[in-house]
Ligand binder design. Structure first.
Ligand SMILES: Cc1cc2nc3c(=O)[nH]c(=O)nc-3n(C[C@H](O)[C@H](O)[C@H](O)COP(=O)(O)O)c2cc1C
Length: 189
């Protein structure tokens, strides 16, 4: 069951932009992440939901999509995320948060998958511009990750790594997205 959920929890980058995620469902994803373990139980992470059309439009220019797809600049209008959850660290509580943000973010992505949505973690983003957009001080907050969310409009398949060992994801002529994963034998020491 968990393995199925994880298998379905792929990085999606094209969405039915007009399909919203109800605000309460976004809040519930964060409430699930709230229950995860974290370093010394400090709980420094804070979360900001952006879900109106205006909020989503203001976040989009701050994000970099699919670095491995050189001929694609990211989702076009109509295929963009219908919500974002910005994962932030409250620096007044703790600065040592790199494991916490990964655990919380993956928990949110799994929760989104369970609810029938999908998305993409975005680490490549304009952090200081995002803090300005959110009206937050860099002395008090750092941006960990932006979680782009929506109703996926694309097919993503896991495939074994080719003989050449290239891990770069790619798309075919129908825009089906393929993600090479190392085999179990390759990672078991
Ligand atoms: C911490 C983290 C940061 C990521 N940052 C970006 C990003 O900035 N832009 C993007 O398009 N994808 C980003 N991704 C998505 C990865 O490219 C994706 O996980 C990888 O290609 C494997 O695909 P999969 O998630 O379907 O297994 C990020 C993923 C993680 C876990």
């Amino acid at each position: 069951m968990l393995k199925e959920l994880v298998t379905g929890c792929r990085s999606y980058r094209r969405f039915y932009e007009d399909t919203p995620i109800p605000y309460e469902e976004l809040v519930d994803m964060i409430d699930t992440a709230r229950l995860t373990g974290c370093t010394a139980n400090c709980q420094p992470l804070k979360f900001k939901i952006l879900h109106t059309k205006e909020e989503c439009a203001s976040m989009f220019p701050n994000l970099t999509w699919a670095g491995a797809l050189k001929d694609w600049d990211g989702p076009e209008e109509g295929e963009r995320p219908s919500a974002y959850i910005v994962v932030l660290c409250d620096l007044r509580i703790a600065k040592n948060k790199q494991w916490d943000e990964g655990i919380a973010s993956q928990t949110i992505m799994l929760s989104a998958t369970e609810k029938g949505y999908g998305g993409c973690m975005i680490g490549s983003c304009r952090r200081s511009d995002i803090l300005t957009l959110l009206g937050l001080s860099p002395e008090e907050f750092s941006v960990s990750l932006v979680l782009a969310l929506g109703k996926p409009k694309e097919e993503v398949h896991l495939v074994p790594l080719g003989k050449e060992g290239n891990t770069a994801y790619y798309r075919d002529e129908n825009q089906v997205h393929y993600v090479p994963k190392r085999s179990l034998e390759d990672i078991l020491l």
